[in-house]
Write a protein that binds this ligand. Structure first.
Ligand SMILES: Cc1cc2nc3c(=O)[nH]c(=O)nc-3n(C[C@H](O)[C@H](O)[C@H](O)COP(=O)(O)O)c2cc1C
Length: 277
């Protein structure tokens, strides 16, 4: 049997999500998979890359992005949506403002420029291509979760899943973990947050919020650990050793359960594996 192939694509701003993507790469390689690894950025020469980007040539597609303002990064929206992220809406609205009819306005919807993910087009627009292969998919993210924790990750993971599904990828894996952030939730354990967060300003120079001092918890060995003012405990250290281990075990489970089957064929994929913390 030839080597299995995985395409790992991710976007990142401060490199937290890259750490997860890197662990994915190393883990697939340890199982002797052929890995194509790509950081999604604006300045990529897509024509040059195109030959490596057809989902038809892969067994697994992984797509990752941090959560920024509640959504995946813009580059991901641009590359995988059908014109989302502002352009489509703007061009149609412009026509409507010019008193054009709905169908004339819709004609203004210019397909996004960029990579082509599938070799064959559907016979007509607006449907999936029935003859496509169905690689398995994994979506992943890192996030602050300062507002309300792990549920904050769900919309972005679902959006990433939707992007892959719209190119006939069978998404069966979701992974998400905390990622140190530079925003309001990126304050060390036990440090009282400021009443008003001012980006770039040292917290000690700002008026602290009117909340009680952090409770201190004692471990069995006597270590004292101050409580967290935000959902993730010690977000500062994430993704650290523990999150990277989770990422590795997640991919190991995925490879073993879905691909190391008795007959060499992938498992029937009506299950999901999910690690969201
Ligand atoms: C401008 C900005 C906006 C952010 N918005 C959110 C958000 O809406 N929800 C969230 O959970 N985390 C948010 N975060 C935290 C990031 O998702 C987190 O730090 C992530 O690990 C960054 O990944 P990266 O290092 O791969 O860019 C935000 C971070 C930045 C810098």
């Amino acid at each position: 049997m030839g080597k299995r192939r995985v395409l790992i694509m991710y976007a990142t701003m401060t490199k937290n999500t890259e750490k997860i993507a890197q662990v994915y790469k190393e883990t697939f390689e340890a199982y002797n998979w052929d890995v194509t690894y790509l950081r999604l950025k604006g300045n990529i020469d897509w024509k040059e890359m195109q030959k490596d980007l057809y989902f038809d040539d892969y067994d697994v597609i992984c797509l990752g992005s941090p959560i920024v303002g509640g959504s995946p990064l813009q580059i991901v929206q641009k590359l995988f949506s059908f014109g989302g992220g502002g352009e489509l809406e703007k061009s149609v609205q412009k026509k409507l403002d010019e008193n054009k009819t709905g169908s004339e306005a819709a004609e203004a919807a210019v397909p996004p420029k960029g990579p082509i993910w599938r070799k064959n087009r559907a016979p007509y627009a607006g449907v999936l291509n029935k003859s496509d292969s169905w690689p398995l998919g994994i979506v992943f993210s890192t996030y602050g979760g300062g507002f309300y924790g792990s549920m904050e990750a769900v919309p972005t993971l679902e959006m990433l899943g939707h992007y892959l599904r719209s190119y006939n990828v069978n998404v069966v894996g979701k992974f998400c973990c905390g990622g140190k952030e530079t925003g309001p939730a990126g304050i060390p354990n036990g440090v009282k947050p400021p009443k008003d967060f001012v980006p770039g300003k040292d917290i000690s120079s700002l008026e602290p919020a009117d909340v009680v001092d952090a409770t201190v918890y004692e471990m069995a060995d006597g270590t004292k650990m101050p409580g967290s003012y935000f959902f993730h405990y010690d977000l500062e250290s994430k993704p650290g050793e523990r999150e990277l281990a989770k990422a590795k075990y997640f991919i190991q489970d995925f490879i073993e359960d879905y691909f190391m089957t008795y007959d060499g064929n992938p498992a029937v994929a009506i299950s999901e594996i999910i690690s969201i913390s």
